[in-house]
Design a binder for this molecule. Structure first.
Ligand SMILES: C[S@@+](CC[C@H](N)C(=O)[O-])C[C@H]1O[C@@H](n2cnc3c(N)ncnc32)[C@H](O)[C@@H]1O
Length: 423
């Protein structure tokens, strides 16, 4: 456990210094090649869990300390150990003992005693500390205060439910490749392997328990993919048909692009501004035996990549706050600042305006975000409609949506969709 705990502490410390958790783990894990798969999984769980409950754990740590700790390594080690004590099944004495030994290796003579005292005090005063931490909203909901307030303003009825859902483990959902088999047949195949789930969309199967993809029948051969049920609405809403010229303007890592290709024999251009992420689309399409024209380029600058032939359909799955998918990326809660939402909205408007120019008359553009904030969603589209008289927003006939908004729940993540028709 000690190695996993140390790795998680380093990861948490780097995220709190401003780095993205996925990238941090991708760079740290290969450097710990002696870890067993179980130790790696434990390190990931501790990193994700500590950040999921960082608001609460930080409040508890502040209550336990006479003055704040400036040392990032010791502070992160304490946060990870508090997470383990409160949320994991590890034996308490082992968590404390390993954290004290990990503190010794930090070569800071004062750290060992402090770590020991803080963790033992937590165990002695746990109930009262949990109650005191819950007195502040950040401590209670483990989200930044500006986020809590924005959600409360925009979702007066279910803001607290959303915050609670955001702190749960995300569900694992599969997309069955409609070109290869039916959802019913694949459910049966899963059942034969002892994997249970239920159909929650035309091609979507929500698994009872997450499993490693190499246990999924035919995964390597492209029979299924992992994709949230909310994300699976995109390809259906865009209403593609064989022979259409389609642009996926922010395509990486390629989940929605692949779904579009599974649904119809379209001529797809998959664009993304990040060449590294673009490689992931190529890998995904190779596994699924699908083809697209993959391009590196800025969606807001069509002059740099467009061949002048209008598209009949465009998917604009724009960069956003990702506030609808924090279950999967708990670091987002602590990395985003309120001003970022305005910056995202400005970037999204620029991309939308540019893409409108490359859409043919009578064509449809599906605007998509994985955000729950109105500035990036309903307000963005209302302003777009004012700027573009030739645009009409079509009604979406999905029962789970309100004004195009899906909020995170037990079956899917938070997404927003708006389908725009060009006169
Ligand atoms: C929400 S993700 C897209 C997810 C993807 N549609 C899928 O389903 O797998 C947004 C993507 O937009 C890309 N991006 C950001 N700014 C861009 C721009 N100006 N032009 C094109 N792509 C951009 C990012 O690199 C990122 O891959």
């Amino acid at each position: 456990m000690i190695e996993s705990q140390r790795l998680a502490s380093t990861a948490v410390s780097q995220v709190l210094a401003g780095r993205n958790l996925n990238q941090v783990l991708q760079s740290l894990l290969p450097r710990h090649s002696l870890l067993t798969p179980q130790q790696r999984a434990a390190a990931q769980d501790m990193s994700y869990g500590t950040l999921r409950f960082y608001g609460q754990l930080r409040s508890i740590l502040d209550l336990l300390l006479q003055k704040p700790i400036q040392d990032a390594a010791v502070r992160s080690l304490l946060l990870v150990a508090l997470y383990q004590l409160q949320y994991s099944r590890s034996a308490e004495h082992a968590v404390v003992d390993h954290a004290v030994r990990a503190a010794e290796t930090l070569k800071k003579p004062w750290a060992k005693g402090l770590v020991n005292a803080v963790l033992r005090n937590f165990l002695r005063q746990r109930i009262s500390l949990l109650e005191q931490a819950a007195a502040s909203e950040e401590g209670r909901y483990s989200h930044p205060q500006w986020w809590i307030e924005k959600l409360r303003r925009q979702y007066p009825d279910d803001w607290a439910t959303q915050l609670e859902i955001n702190n749960q483990h995300p569900p694992m959902t599969l997309r069955v490749n409609a070109r290869v088999t039916s959802t019913e047949i694949y459910l049966d195949l899963l059942h034969q392997q002892g994997i249970e789930g239920q159909q929650v969309g035309e091609n979507a199967i929500l698994l009872d328990q997450p499993v490693s993809v190499d246990k999924l029948p035919g995964f390597g051969e492209g029979v299924s993919s992992v994709q949230d049920a909310g994300a699976q609405f995109a390809a259906r809403l865009l209403d593609v048909a064989d022979g259409m010229r389609v642009l996926d303007a922010c395509a990486a890592p390629g989940g929605k692009a692949a779904h579009l290709l599974e649904l119809a024999r379209i001529e797809l251009t998959a664009l993304d501004s990040d060449p590294e992420r673009l490689k992931k689309i190529e890998q995904t399409l190779q596994r699924l035996k699908l083809e697209a024209h993959c391009l590196t380029g800025n969606a807001a600058r069509p002059d740099e990549w467009w061949d002048g032939k209008p598209f009949q359909r465009i998917l604009a799955d724009v960069p956003c706050s990702a506030s609808g998918v924090v279950r999967r990326h708990p670091d987002i809660k602590w990395l985003r600042r309120e001003v970022d939402i305005t910056a995202f909205a400005a970037q999204q408007a620029e991309i939308l305006d540019a893409l409108w120019r490359v859409l043919g008359s009578g064509g449809k553009l599906l605007y998509a975000t994985c955000s729950v904030f109105a500035e990036e969603n309903q307000q963005q589209i209302a302003q777009f409609l004012v700027r573009h008289e030739d645009a009409q927003c079509l009604p979406l006939s999905l029962p789970a949506m309100k004004d195009g908004q899906l909020t995170p729940n037990l079956q899917h993540d938070g997404f927003f969709y708006a389908l725009l028709l060009k006169a």
